[in-house]
Design a protein around this ligand. Structure first.
Ligand code: NAP
Ligand code: MG
Length: 406
């Protein structure tokens, strides 16, 4: 290769916390900067910087994605009481992912990165199950009250035109909690639209599941919007491709997912997607073998790793121990972001480089049998020894250089 690959426009880079922050910069330094004239607009979402800026940095980062179109994000701490103490924070700042998704809206697609040496825990699964998670509203933007005596409560709505509507909660018989959540039809339509489009792009069936038998207003709204979007926009195209749309009750869907052979897109409401994407990814091998990409209705794009900051490994790292944290999902967060930038800006070299880097990771695991501990213990045939994160990245680099030289 002669010279570095050029970029015309930057991508938004959101740095994060703990072990993933350490690996994020190692990936950048070893696998990107030597080959790409990397243009990024950098936002430091380290929890201390979020604290220092009163969380302004998170809002600025999300708005930068609106401006530049493409972003990549490292995992970040969502502070709880312990974290407030640990990092001496002013308060429990909200989840950065929640804030960012609220600003961008959209749907998060999580797909397993399948490698031949790791068999899914569910032995019927032969093909990937991709989870599409609605990234807006519900409990992630709810309001709540903790009450300490019997009482009453109601939800009241006031329309701009002055129209108002009220519903009472059942009698509150003693101390307890209550929650109010919402969603917006336009966002649900965007979620449905993105899901149907993605299914067409991948030529797979689409499943959507909710609990409209119990949640007769809320979940029924989701079900009806999916039906309408399908009937009016996608039915013909689905028929042409020989793929199908199915609505299931969520509990029915769970048992069908387990009995299936995979090979479909599963659209999930926000919380369902949060929970089931972790279940699906873990059952496919590891949280670190998963891509996570947000597509917004306006065309904004953000890729990230689906896992957290891997706190336990970080504490060992701080003590000077060598850790074996799997950087695959972090590498794929970068490659998908660069690929997207390259596709939008017509930079074939950048797209090609990103694909080569992904292949270098797959070759490291599948051909070289070089694995971090999370997948080494699942590998068939078994591997006798696992490598550190640094050794893993070094092998990826070697494979990348081989393929760039070819
Ligand atoms: P986690 O960071 O995902 O880690 C949970 C466990 O999963 C780890 O202890 C490790 O298991 C395994 N694991 C996760 N990623 C791995 C990787 N790349 N390689 C190898 N093993 C991996 O979840 P958590 O410990 O519950 O959360 C830590 C912090 O992350 C929290 O502060 C939370 O707020 C934040 N979080 C952020 C995001 C995000 O930004 N997207 C998502 C979730 C959580 P072993 O210890 O058994 O090896
Ligand atoms: Mg989650």
């Amino acid at each position: 290769m002669t010279g570095k690959i050029e970029m015309s426009r930057p991508i938004v880079e959101m740095d994060g916390d703990e072990m993933t922050r350490v690996l994020w910069s190692s990936v950048k330094e070893n696998l990107l900067l030597p080959y790409v004239n990397l243009k990024t607009e950098y936002y430091d979402l380290h929890v201390s910087n979020r604290d220092k800026t009163e969380d302004r940095v998170t809002f600025d980062a999300a708005n930068a994605v609106k401006r530049l179109g493409v972003g990549v994000k490292c995992a970040t701490i969502t502070p709880n009481a312990e974290r407030v103490k640990e990092y001496n924070l002013k308060k429990e700042w909200p989840s950065p992912n929640g804030t960012i998704r609220k600003i961008l809206d959209g749907t998060v697609f999580r797909a397993p990165i399948m490698v031949s040496s790791v068999q899914p825990a569910v032995r019927y699964w032969k093909k990937p199950i991709i989870v599409a998670r609605h990234a807006f509203g519900d409990i992630y933007d709810g309001v709540a009250i903790r009450f300490n005596e019997p009482g009453s409560a109601e939800i009241s709505y006031k329309g701009r035109s002055g129209k108002d509507e009220k519903v009472k909660y059942p009698e509150l018989k003693g101390p307890g909690v209550l929650l109010g959540i919402y969603n917006i039809d336009k966002s649900i339509e965007g979620f449905a639209d993105a899901s149907f489009k993605y299914a067409i792009m991948k030529k797979t069936d689409l499943w959507f599941a909710a609990k409209d038998t119990i949640s007769k207003v809320y979940d029924a709204d989701f079900k009806e919007i999916f039906r309408r979007v399908y009937e009016t926009k996608y039915k013909e195209e689905f028929a042409k491709l020989g793929i199908n749309y199915y609505y299931y009750l969520i509990d029915d869907a769970i048992s069908r997912v387990i009995r299936s052979e995979g090979g479909f897109l599963w659209a999930c409401k926000n919380y369902d997607g949060d929970v089931f994407s972790d279940m699906v990814s873990t059952a496919f091998g590891s949280l670190a073998l998963m891509t996570s990409e947000l597509f917004s209705p306006e065309g904004y794009y953000l890729s990230e790793a689906a896992h957290g900051t891997v706190q336990r490994h970080y504490y060992r790292y701080l003590k000077g121990e060598k850790v074996s944290t799997n950087p695959t999902a972090l590498i794929f967060a970068w490659t998908r972001g660069l690929m997207r930038r390259g596709e939008i800006d017509g930079l074939n070299d950048l797209v090609d480089f990103s694909k080569k880097l992904e292949n270098a990771v797959l070759n490291t695991i599948e051909k070289d049998k070089v694995m971090t501990q999370d997948i080494a213990k699942l590998s068939e045939p078994p591997v006798s020894k696992y490598v550190t994160s640094d050794e893993f990245i070094a092998t990826v680099k070697k494979n990348l250089e081989k393929s760039l030289a070819a």
